[in-house]
Unconditional design. Structure first.
Length: 258
């Protein structure tokens, strides 16, 4: 009736007939879960990039012994450039390289399993005790002899000036040798000659102590830890005097013959 109080109309609850959902979400319901997914995606991308860099570009390596003192000390970390010898490049005399010694420094060791090779390729394994760091003294075709009347190692008849890296008080070698490095192989020695098991120790064994170039993982380009010793590992100038393979007593191998 006119003037009578209008009856109260009860609003239908959400989900009942006649009610249109607004579609507006409660604040804070979806936000955290979306943030978590984005964070996990970002972390996954970072991990993938790190694995790819480790597998194909550069890997850190911990120096295990004192065989390369004083250039490298036990516990030092070096950054290994795995692209140094790609695209037609070859290992050069004087380079400090990291390599797999299976079949050369470890002549009787079995090749790693396929899963272990995969982990190594991804940078998740280094092959236990089969990985070494040494300096390249001779490449394929070089004749390396020790020692001349002056007590120095000769490469293709040229005496090496090793004063820039040889451990103080060490002689170039107490073990005499006269070898020709086969094509595609390398003659390796540590800088701390009196404390290094290197190519000299495997003369007479299968492989003769020569390391296949294909076993080189990469060139150690940077000493990155401890931070106070951060520096580049440049090729010593003394090797420039040797010249190309075949210039003197060596034959074959890499280089431009005169």
């Amino acid at each position: 009736m006119p003037g009578a109080d209008a009856p109260e109309v009860e609003e239908p609850a959400a989900g009942q007939p006649g009610v249109e959902e607004s579609g507006v979400e409660e604040p804070g319901v979806e936000g955290p879960s979306r943030f978590s997914r984005d964070l996990l995606l970002l972390l996954g991308i970072c991990l993938l990039v790190l694995l790819l860099v480790n597998a194909f570009v550069a890997r850190p390596f911990a120096v295990p012994s004192g065989s390369m003192e004083n250039t490298l000390r036990p516990g030092d970390r070096v950054l290994v450039n795995q692209l140094a010898y790609d695209f037609g490049g070859h290992v050069r005399r004087g380079d400090v390289v990291v390599f797999d010694g299976t079949g050369s420094f470890l002549p009787y060791a079995a090749e790693p399993s396929a899963p272990k090779r995969l982990l190594s390729a991804l940078g998740l394994a280094w092959g236990d005790n089969s990985v070494y760091v040494k300096r390249v003294i001779g490449i394929g075709g070089d004749r390396v002899t020790c020692c001349g009347t002056d007590g120095r190692i000769r490469v293709n008849g040229v005496p090496l000036d090793e004063s820039a890296y040889l451990f103080p008080g060490d002689v170039p070698s107490q073990v005499p040798f006269d070898i020709v490095v086969p094509a595609g192989k390398l003659w390796m020695m540590g800088d701390h000659r009196s404390n290094s098991r290197d190519s000299r120790d495997h003369l007479g064994e299968p492989g003769g102590g020569f390391v296949p170039e294909g076993k080189v993982i990469g060139r150690a380009d940077w000493l990155v830890f401890p931070f106070g010793r951060w520096r580049g590992l440049d090729r010593p100038a003394g090797f420039a005097a040797v010249g190309p393979v075949g210039a003197a007593e060596g034959t074959g191998g890499h280089g431009e013959p005169r």
